[in-house]
Design a protein around this ligand. Structure first.
Ligand code: SPV
Ligand code: MG
Length: 302
C-alpha cells in the first residue's frame, strides 16, 4: 500500500528514500560539478547532511565506529556497516557513498559485499588498499598496503559482479598514509583505473594540499579524483575543483560538531540548573518531528 503525500509517494513502513530518477553518485560526477559529501553515522545524521545541501552522504567507518564508542579498526562486520548505510539511504534522496574499508576480506568477500550493498540500494562504495584489519588513517600506527596486483583483483571482482548500471566504485589508495611517495600513489591509481575503478581517492594526512597537488600534476585524468581534506582544511572547494578535484569528502565534521555541542549543552544544563540558557541554542521538538517525516506518517492513518 502506498499513499500520496504532496510531491512524494510514501510507501507504508518506509521513509521517503532516494526517489527513482534522483541522481546517483555516478550521475553527479558526470555533471562536471564538484561533488561535496559529508560524513554521517546514522539515518538522522545522514538527513542532516542532505538538509545542509551536500550532494552525497559519506557512510564513514570512522563515524559509524565512533557512534559505538569503538575504534575504526575493522572491528564492525560488513552487516553492521551495511545496516547503517541502508538506513541512511532509506531516508535520503542524495546518494550514500559507503566506506567499505578493505572490502571485508578477500575477493569472495568483495563480491558478496557488492551484491549485498546493491541489494539494499547503495550504488556507490569506496574500497581502500590496506591490509585487513586496517587502522584509521590518522592513527599513528603502521599502515600496511595490499600488493597492487591483489587490490586490482578485488576491484575487478567488484566491477564484474555489479548489477546496477550506475554502480560506482571508488578505489582509495593509502600509499601516502603509509609513507610511500606520490609516485607510488600515482602508479597505484593508474593501475586501479585500469582494473575498472570508476574514480580514485588519494588520501593524505599532510598538513597542506602539497601532496595532492603533486598527485594531480602527474595524473592523466582517466577517472575522477576524490579527496578527504581533513588535515589540510585550508583549501576552498572552488580552488580544489579548479585544480582538478571532482569530489571532496568532509568526512567527520558533523560528528565532531555533535560531540562538542552536545557536551556543551548538557554541561550548561547541569551547571545552570535549568534548560533556559540553552533553549534558543538547540533544535526545537518540531525540528525533530520534521526529521521524522511525522506529517507524512500521520497521513497513513487519515
Ligand atoms: C572515514 O571517515 O571513515 C574515512 C576517512 O575513511 S579517514 O577517517 O580519514 O580515514
Ligand atoms: Mg573509513
Amino acid at each position: 500500500m502506498t499513499i500520496s503525500s504532496g510531491e512524494s509517494t510514501l510507501p507504508v513502513g518506509a521513509n521517503p528514500g532516494r526517489p527513482a530518477g534522483s541522481p546517483s553518485l555516478a550521475e553527479a560526477l558526470r555533471s562536471g560539478r564538484l561533488v561535496r559529501a559529508a560524513g554521517a553515522h546514522s539515518a538522522l545524521t545522514a538527513s542532516l547532511v542532505e538538509q545542509a545541501g551536500m550532494d552525497a552522504v559519506w557512510a564513514s567507518s570512522f563515524e559509524i565506529s565512533a557512534a559505538r564508542c569503538l575504534p575504526d579498526a575493522s572491528l564492525l562486520t560488513m552487516t553492521e556497516y551495511l545496516t547503517v548505510a541502508a538506513e541512511m539511504q532509506k531516508c535520503c534522496s542524495i546518494p550514500v557513498v559507503a566506506d567499505v574499508d578493505t572490502g571485508f576480506g578477500g575477493t569472495m568477500n568483495v563480491a558478496h559485499m557488492v551484491r549485498e550493498y546493491e541489494s539494499r540500494g547503495i550504488t556507490a562504495v569506496c574500497m581502500e588498499d590496506k591490509l585487513f584489519p586496517k587502522m584509521n588513517s590518522f592513527v599513528a600506527a603502521p599502515h600496511c598496503l595490499l600488493p597492487t596486483e591483489e587490490f586490482c583483483r578485488k576491484l575487478e571482482v567488484a566491477k564484474a559482479v555489479q548489477r546496477e548500471k550506475d554502480f560506482h566504485l571508488i578505489a582509495r589508495t593509502e600509499a601516502l598514509i603509509s609513507g610511500q611517495p606520490v609516485t607510488e600513489a600515482l602508479e597505484r591509481c593508474r593501475r586501479y583505473a585500469d582494473a575498472g575503478a570508476d574514480s580514485v581517492l588519494v588520501h593524505s594526512k599532510d598538513r597542506t594540499n602539497r601532496q595532492v597537488l603533486e598527485f594531480l600534476a602527474g595524473w592523466d585524468e582517466r577517472v575522477p579524483v576524490v579527496i578527504v581534506p581533513t588535515t589540510y582544511p585550508d583549501w576552498h572547494a572552488d580552488d580544489a575543483r579548479r585544480a582538478g578535484i571532482s569530489m571532496v569528502i568532509y568526512a567527520n565534521h558533523g560528528l565532531r560538531a555533535m560531540i562538542r555541542s552536545t557536551l556543551d549543552v548538557l554541561r550548561t544544563i547541569r551547571e545552570e540548573g535549568s534548560t533556559v540558557p540553552v533553549e534558543d541554542e538547540i533544535a526545537s521538538i518540531n525540528d525533530v518531528f520534521r526529521l521524522q517525516h511525522l506529517d507524512q506518517w500521520r497521513k497513513v492513518s487519515e
